[in-house]
Ligand binder design. Sequence first.
Ligand SMILES: *Cc1c(COP(=O)(O)O)cnc(C)c1O
Length: 476
Amino acid sequence: MKTIFEKWQRDDNGFTFAKLDVPDNEAVPEKFLRKSLELPIISEPEVIRHYTTLSKRNFGVDLGFYPLGSCTMKYNPKINEDVARLAGFTELHPYMPQSSCQGAMQLMYELTDYLKEIAGMDAVTLQPAAGSHGEFTGMMVMKNYFQEKGASRNKVLIPDSAHGTNPATVTMSGLTCVQVKSNQKGTVDLDDLRNKMDKDVVGIMLTNPNTLGLFEEDILEVIRIVHDKGGLAYCDGANLNAIMGLVRPGDLGFDVIHFNLHKSFSTPHGCGGPGAGPIGVKEFLKRYLPNPSIEKEDEIYRFFYSKDSIGKVKAFYGNFGMLVRAYTYIRGLGSDGIRLAAERAVLNANYMKERLKPHYHLTYDRICQHEFVIDDSNMPNGVTTNDIAKRLLDFGFHAPTVYFPLIVQGAMMIEPTETETKETLDQFIDALIQIKHEAENEPDKVKNAPWTTPVKRVDAVKAAREVDITYCTICS
Ligand SMILES: *Cc1c(COP(=O)(O)O)cnc(C)c1O
């Protein structure tokens, strides 16, 4: 497909408005104007067709099933958008006096209350802009806590099944990662944990349910081992979708947790754009949270600044538009709805797992939470996870998360979420079963897929080694 620059005929075939017959109002002085911007001049219908065609090459959850494990690509209800577009929210300015934005402050205050209740925590900040940003905020809170006590702890324990952001965060926080092994069941190996938990350890960073979709059933013991040696327990709450309304990480003993509003609470995954990764903490860590927090006194909402705060992690108060969407989602579902969403997410994952079990190798044959992992160990004719992921695109589905978690060779991690119908789940399962038959009978069909997408199989090595993502007309 041609780029918009290539469509530009270089002759002036755009539309020009008629000359003004009234005086020009405050025109920009001539000296500030460029002679030419080198922007393509194209008729309006051509521009519309160009971008509409491009948009049809995109894939998103509004177009089809998106079972990307660990990412919780659930449908984002459009009422969230309606509410976020109310003028009272969109026309706010962060420097407005607090007295004139009490409604927005009330929304933020109440959202922190809901998140506290869902996670079993005592205080919440809404500032971090992503899950990983929340992890960083949480690590800094934990680090400050020990620094103030004069303790020179510098290690953080992370299970080998962890999401890549966990070790990255720990390293960015100036701390050192120590890996804890998983056992045969896919959960934390308690003996390895006991050996590694010592007086230099800040704490453990644990995802529960973990990235294999398994609930850490020894969680109380895990946290006891860490607490007994004076460490803290951090919960990577990105997978809260499986347990919200059912289990509260704070009740299990976790001291800090981050939420991914753009996963469990149905705000859009920003494609690098705005996300929101609030964190919750227990009372004894509250004073370290980023400034400001919101307090309520005599029905008035005020920003509160703690002198022990780790500082700011985001300009102003966080990605406010995302907070409005998450608030709308939580209010829309209510506490029963939140629990039902988690129950359905778990039911959907287990249904898919059981139907796929006769055809694909199920890495851990146990009841799963919101996601499960299959692998390519029983694939005939050298068909790999990568081939299966590519072939799925021909059926109109997004591929699952592949080759993660790292402890499973050829992993395919499938997370259906609660917002899909049984028909959709069945179609996806049937596609995977058909791909298995193709792998047996006509493997080239799988190995050379995709066949129907605008871009066919790319050379992944070349794409990674010789990255060229620019298109240049002006400089060539
Ligand atoms: C998505 C995810 C994260 C990181 O969240 P971002 O918002 O992408 O930074 C961390 N841990 C787990 C388990 C996740 O699934």
